[in-house]
Design a protein around this ligand. Sequence first.
Ligand code: GZL
Length: 350
Amino acid sequence: MKAGKRKVKRESSRVSALLLCLALLTGCSPFSGVTVPTTQTAEDTLPPEEDIRNLISVGFSQLGAESAWRIANTESIRGALTKEDGFYLLSDNARQKKENQIKAIRSYISQRVDYIVFAPVTEEGWETVLQEAQIAGIPVIAIDRSIELSSRHLLTSWIGEDMRQEGEKAGLWLEDYLKECGRQDDPINIVVLQGTQGSSAQLGRTIGFDSIADRHDNWNILEQRDADFTTAKGGEVMETFLKKYHDIDVVVSQNDDMTAGALEAMDRAGITTGEGGVTVLSFDSTRAGLQLLKDGRINVDIECNPLSGPLLADVIHRIENGEEIEERYYMTENVFTADNVDRYIGHRAY
Ligand code: GZL
């Protein structure tokens, strides 16, 4: 079988139920140290078997609703995994807390859903619960963010975005921009609003941008600070930066929601942004972010595509049909500037 491709055979429910009973009776599983809890709660629960007999039941743990991007991602999943398309979808909002995601996943395991889908809030700490899902014979698909795992067999597939490449795109854009302005040799003071610490979005964008910044001795990253992908925190952190540093040339904000908060803080301080002011780089390319671009408030928006619902539905259908699937699927992504924003903003899906 070609590397990176995988044929997934969902274990017969009898075998996995036997494993699960063994785990419940002995309090541990064939995997050392893994215990399968008996009762969990979730926002949604499966209806009686006869009501969903011909549907594919999917338990979806969404990490939160912290940003416009996240809400678009949730809507894309819900819009694709419909009864009309053969699915019964359970979903849970973890409010950006890993323990809530783990609780929801365990609830889906105990309800014996056909598939589990989750957007992991951070990269670490998923080993045990994914082993529990494996014992139960339930395929797990991760979306959006990446996770650290000892065995790639704990995940059936992953559908997401190349965050490190997004960070590199931002650095490369800044290189070109400074050249165009004749400032390639000037000292450039940079502050960074980071997303949720330990998330692959924060880690990837940081590593990617830093890999370009390291090529420029005249780029001075004054500080990088967590603003948790929210507008409120973005404003608070930008206020702090403005009090600490009086010669900021560039703001790198790892999502449009934090960018909105940062712009409000700079407005309050009487600081202009965009062409002729502080250069602002943002990520996500939501409709609101592209509007800021169109209004000249920011200089560039690096797209991160949340619309993974249709691809997720297709991957699950392929598994059901016994077809090979990829271990990783990457969403297509663009870079938006004043030069191309008008071509896209009118029909933005999110
Ligand atoms: C990126 C996604 C990030 C977005 C933020 O794939 O995980 O989380 O950039 C969202 O807007 O909160």
